[in-house]
Design a protein around this ligand. Structure first.
Ligand code: SF4
Ligand SMILES: [Zn+2]
Length: 315
């Protein structure tokens, strides 16, 4: 994919990249997650280090965990082996392999590594990988057959707001997303969807509504799980958009309103992404209680009364 003017601008505004070691995962975590059948799973996420994604979305900061050039063959299996060897306690139910790019892109995940990755993933009942809708295809189906557990593919739908979606530099057509969702569903592969809160070019007063509409779109296409991700600054382009008035940082209250608005979608697990949630603008008195409320909603999916706070109410 050749670099466009937008790609070059977005790259030029980035802060310097840190050192990334292609033989070392840049993190791992274990969390509990609800599934559509109500079961609570333990999921191990491994943040793999590899080649950068070619898409250069305006809001993305995943490039900082990537190397220059393609992922060397054997590097990802080495990373995964090291994380699995260091695991303590009972085996998690799910393995999430997040490689800050597209799992089915040969440059990011060499095809010759797929059997080794599948073998390492054998103890897990579910395996989640991430991919742009455009790179979902025959390789996805082949990998689903290679693993012992059930495959889930996480796809960024981001926003269905037509102006904002066009400005994301993601090159994602809704028709392409729909086709990918259909292919996954026809082949017994689960779909996980990322939806943005606070996408640039969505008016701040319409922000929650467009997030809920985008979640609804994903639910209608059979998503098993949808994660609402507040857009965060730090990659340079978002700061440029903010200075031009096209981006307003989303708040904790908006995240709460978006999740509350999505609890009606009971066939899909909709959660708020709470990574770095303390950075979201929030009322200092009720912020911690609101974060705890979001944690509960993520686990139960059941509506509950909002937090009454005299400080926010008076604001
Ligand atoms: S497709 Fe995903 S990883 Fe690639 S630039 Fe966009 S958000 Fe980042
Ligand atoms: Zn408050």
């Amino acid at each position: 994919m050749s670099a466009s003017v937008a790609d070059r601008r977005i790259r030029s505004l980035r802060p310097p990249k840190g050192h990334a070691d292609p033989y070392k995962a840049h993190g791992s975590s274990i969390e509990e997650e609800r599934r559509p059948d109500g079961q609570i799973e333990r999921a191990l996420t491994v943040f793999l280090t590899g080649a950068e994604c070619p898409f250069t979305c305006s809001f993305c900061d995943l490039w900082q965990w990537t190397i220059d050039g393609p992922t060397p063959p054997g590097a990802l299996t080495h990373q995964l082996e090291s994380v699995l060897e260091a695991l303590d306690g009972p085996a998690p139910d799910r393995l999430k392999l997040y490689n800050a790019s597209n799992f089915f892109d040969q440059r990011a995940v060499p095809t010759e590594d797929l059997p080794g990755i599948a073998a390492l993933a054998a103890p897990f009942g579910g395996v989640t990988v991430e991919s742009h809708a455009n790179t979902i295809g025959p390789k996805t189906l082949a990998f689903a057959r290679q693993i012992s557990g059930r495959l889930e593919v996480a796809v960024g739908l981001e926003t269905i707001h037509p102006v904002a979606a066009a400005q994301l530099n993601k090159r994602l057509d809704l028709a392409r997303f729909d086709a990918a969702a259909r292919l996954l569903s026809e082949n017994g592969i689960d779909l996980r969807v990322f939806v943005l809160l606070g996408a640039p070019y969505v008016r701040v007063e319409d922000s929650v509504e467009w997030t809920v509409r985008t979640v609804e779109y994903a639910v209608a296409r059979g998503a098993a799980v949808v994660s609402i991700i507040p857009v965060r600054g730090g990659n340079g382009e978002i700061e440029r958009l903010q200075a031009e008035g096209h981006f307003v940082p989303p708040t904790l209250s908006q995240l709460e309103a978006a999740l509350d608005g999505c609890l009606q979608f009971t066939s899909t697990v909709v959660t708020a992404d709470l990574w770095d949630v303390e950075r979201l603008p929030a009322c200092e008195h009720c912020g911690p209680a609101r974060i705890e409320r979001l944690r509960r909603l993520n686990m139960t999916g059941r509506a509950e009364p909002g937090i009454a706070c005299p400080t926010c109410a008076a604001a």
